[in-house]
Design a protein around this ligand. Structure first.
Ligand SMILES: Cc1ncc(COP(=O)(O)O)c(C=O)c1O
Length: 438
């Protein structure tokens, strides 16, 4: 047996994992560089998912690794409650640059889940600060994923994630999801049908009255439920309805932020400006946990009109952790110097063509692409939902590619640094896997 294998795998209760199945036949990663992981047996595994959507600049990026090493030696921890350190302020300014100054402020968290719960709390407190404390209702969307805190779970729309943990937050509604295989299968970019589903928000306003609604939160592209791309015009419509009724619009960009759609944020791609953006993952290239909430100036400013004192009773011990800030600053430098977004844009058509070339393979009922993302939907095995895609994940790993599955959908989201040869390798191997599934 290889020396690096754990002596026992019993004690680690793994997240979002079929623990018993995994431990019987584990997939263990021991190192990573650029586009590849190496597994415990020394096999190269091409990373088709940027870890968990979180490594846009590739693994072991030397500049980011160096910045982290340096900061750990210099300032291992510093509080940001009534105290501060320069990197947290420098990063905030750099992040405002990255947003093109469409946002005025950033609140740091440690994860996407915390960013979502923070944004929801800011929305409620913002309305209260302006004398509209009756606006307490939150609206999410079916098939939305907003992490695993009670706020994010409540606005999230994934049954299995919610069903064991109630009661969740009261006063929450959900818009319908926009996935429509009958009308939109095999779309490139935004599908044609479904913008009118945004009008469901008007229905909820009529039902509850706008004066009770604080915020709407959506993922611009739903990732965790299998790459659900918004129909043409849908997000603009949501923005218009929110504006009309004084409702805040939050884009959860934990996966779409930091270049996934070839633009800084999905908000730029769709040309829609939300009031807040939640982010995490690519913010530090996945190297150190960090999340963030970007807020428009008017939101932050509403808090600054309160009598002198702490303006927002919220924060985490590790908000703005110096090592995370160093990783994020270095990530932004890499984005700029290595023209990561330009490269993603250049390679995107090749990516899209490679995905759509899978059309006609056994069990493939949809292929959808946007930016450097792909959703490959498989016909489920009757009576065994998810089994076919899970089989694909295991066989793909054995063949040297890392893919991700949700239900019977394969979701691909590689590091943005990938080159044509990686695309050829990924889809060459994936095609073979698809041809040989049960
Ligand atoms: C859209 C979205 N929001 C929130 C989260 C939660 O982020 P985290 O796992 O960092 O808490 C995720 C994670 O995948 C996500 O995709």
């Amino acid at each position: 047996m290889n020396e690096s294998r754990p002596k026992s795998m019993s004690a680690f209760w793994m997240p979002f994992t079929n623990n018993r199945d995994f431990k019987a036949d584990p997939r263990l990663l021991v190192s990573a560089e650029g586009m590849y992981y190496k597994d415990v047996d020394g096999n190269q595994i091409l990373d088709g998912t940027a870890g968990l959507w979180c490594v846009p600049c590739g693994h072991a990026q030397p500049r980011i690794v160096g910045a982290v090493r340096e900061m750990i030696g210099q300032l291992d921890f510093a509080p940001t409650f009534q105290m501060g350190h320069p990197a947290a302020f420098d990063l905030a300014e750099q992040l405002m640059d990255y947003t093109g100054h469409k946002f005025g402020h950033v609140f740091y968290t440690n994860s996407g889940s915390e960013a979502v719960d923070t944004a929801l709390k800011i929305a409620l407190a913002y309305h209260k600060a302006r004398g509209e404390g009756g606006r307490t209702r939150l609206i999410g969307r079916e098939r939305g994923y907003h992490g695993v805190g009670f706020g994010g779970l409540s606005v999230g729309g994934i049954g299995p994630n919610r069903k064991s943990f109630g009661p969740l937050l009261p006063g929450v509604d959900h818009l319908p999801h926009t996935h429509n295989l009958l009308k939109n299968a095999f779309s490139r970019g935004e599908p044609d049908f479904g913008a009118e589903l945004a009008d469901e928000l008007e229905r909820l306003v009529t039902l509850h009255d706008a004066s009770t609604i604080a915020a709407v939160i959506v993922e611009p592209v739903s990732g965790s439920t299998g790459v659900l791309v918004p129909p043409k015009g849908y997000l603009k419509k949501l923005r218009q309805i929110c504006d009309k009724h004084g409702i805040l619009l939050i884009f959860d960009e934990v996966i779409t932020g930091f270049g996934r759609l070839t633009t800084p944020f999905a908000a730029d791609y769709f040309d829609v400006e939300p009031d807040m953006i939640t982010a995490a993952k690519g913010l530090t290239n996945g190297v150190i946990p960090m999340g963030a909430v970007f807020t428009k100036r008017h939101i932050h400013d509403a808090f600054m009109e309160a009598p002198a004192g702490i303006e927002l009773f919220h924060g985490y011990t590790y908000s703005g952790h110096p090592v995370a800030c160093a990783a994020a600053l270095a990530t932004l430098e890499v984005f700029k110097e290595q023209r990561i977004l330009d490269h993603a844009k250049e390679i995107q058509p090749y990516w899209e063509d490679a995905v759509h070339a899978l059309k006609g393979l056994p069990h493939v009922i949809d292929l959808r692409t946007i930016g450097l993302v792909a959703g490959i939907e498989l016909e489920p095995i009757p009576g065994k939902p998810g089994a076919r895609a899970y089989q694909a994940l295991k066989r793909a790993f054995a063949d040297g590619i890392l893919i991700r599955t949700t239900g019977d959908i394969i979701a691909l989201s590689p590091p943005l640094i990938l080159e044509k040869q990686h695309i050829d390798e990924l889809f060459g191997k994936l095609a073979n896997v698809l041809k040989n599934l049960d």
